[in-house]
Design a protein around this ligand. Structure first.
Ligand SMILES: Cc1cc2nc3c(=O)[nH]c(=O)nc-3n(C[C@H](O)[C@H](O)[C@H](O)COP(=O)(O)OP(=O)(O)OC[C@H]3O[C@@H](n4cnc5c(N)ncnc54)[C@H](O)[C@@H]3O)c2cc1C
Length: 292
């Protein structure tokens, strides 16, 4: 199928794009990589009367690293993050997770802003950002606001972005020393959207005990699920396999996934526990390597 008829605009500055959003309101849709929006338009699940293509707004394509955070512009492509040597060194979770997004063709067009605003609950980026305590920054003609992932993701494919806003950047805090990360997922075929995915970050103290940790699951609810109830139990303790397994067994009572054509609720729950254990163990191992 082909999309319904639409008018096309290709602004070269953010201000111009924001003015177009003000002018056309709910009739308009932003297009960045087009990897999700165009298939939806072709299937007539989305019928914007006006398409605002932001691909020429080059000011939104950047990776900037400061002492405090990694700032990534909304138009930055997945492959740019995947291939950044600096990001690989400072925050390897992002590099590792990017490689799990679809196929290289998708990653060469798909953008950070598109992936975050599309808000698929099994997408890697929202889960990584939640694990990392990242923020998202939105611009409108009225100004700029920065939100936590908790404030941004609402439910399946739905966020708190307003109709006149554009996601201009994400900000990932620079992790403390002795931090290890991991991300892993269960897919039916390589490159498919995950059935369940898990990401973890663990920071160890010099004595090998856990300073802080976070664990986030995707594919179990409409938004990424941060499991502080699990990781709080690790803090201040030596994180061996038995402790991690014991903490992860709590997930049984903490998640309530929906069944679908790919997996029953029980199977999805089992996957959550298996993958949570796996990423926590790997993150601890990687953090411990830095203590040596
Ligand atoms: C075959 C295939 C496999 C895929 N596999 C995966 C996968 O395994 N994991 C995964 O995470 N994703 C996967 N994707 C999706 C891919 O990551 C998309 O790139 C992403 O979801 C959307 O990014 P985009 O830049 O293409 O956005 P678009 O398709 O252009 O836009 C998506 C939505 O975001 C809005 N939008 C885009 N940019 C902005 C912005 N800056 N500000 C405000 N609104 C904006 C659009 O209006 C639209 O509603 C797959 C896609 C395909 C086609």
């Amino acid at each position: 199928m082909k999309p319904a008829v639409f008018d096309y605009h290709s602004p070269v500055e953010l201000e111009e794009a924001l003015n177009l959003l003000d002018e056309f309101g709910y009739d308009a849709k932003i297009m960045s990589g087009g990897q999700s929006l165009i298939p939806m338009m072709n299937m007539r699940l989305a019928r914007p009367k006006v398409l605002i293509d932001i691909n020429n707004i080059t000011e939104l394509n950047y990776i900037r690293i400061t002492d405090l955070d990694i700032k990534i512009g909304g138009l930055t492509r997945h492959h740019q993050v995947e291939e950044s040597k600096e990001i690989e060194k400072i925050c390897p979770l992002l590099s590792e997770g990017m490689k799990l997004i679809g196929h290289s063709q998708i990653r060469s067009r798909g953008t950070i802003g598109g992936s975050v605003v599309h808000a698929d609950p099994t997408a890697e980026l929202p889960v990584m950002l939640t694990t990392l305590g990242a923020t998202v920054t939105l611009a409108s003609s009225e100004g700029i606001r920065t939100l936590t992932t908790d404030e941004f993701f609402m439910t399946y494919l739905t966020t708190t972005i307003e109709m006149n806003e554009i996601l201009i950047s994400i900000e990932v805090p620079i992790p403390p020393p002795n931090t290890g990360y991991a991300i892993d997922e269960f897919t039916l075929r390589k490159g498919d959207f995950a059935i369940v995915l898990a990401a973890a970050s663990v920071t160890l103290k010099e004595d090998g005990k856990v300073e802080s940790a976070s664990l986030c699951l995707g594919g179990v609810d409409g938004v990424p699920v941060l499991l502080d109830e699990v990781t709080d139990e690790l803090v201040g303790k030596e994180p061996d396999s038995d402790l991690i397994a014991d903490c992860c067994s709590r997930i049984e009572d903490l998640v309530d996934p929906e069944p679908d054509i790919h997996a029953s609720a029980e199977y999805r729950k089992d996957l959550c526990i298996t993958y949570a254990k796996r990423v926590l163990e790997r993150a601890v191992e990687r953090a411990a390597q830095q203590l040596k």
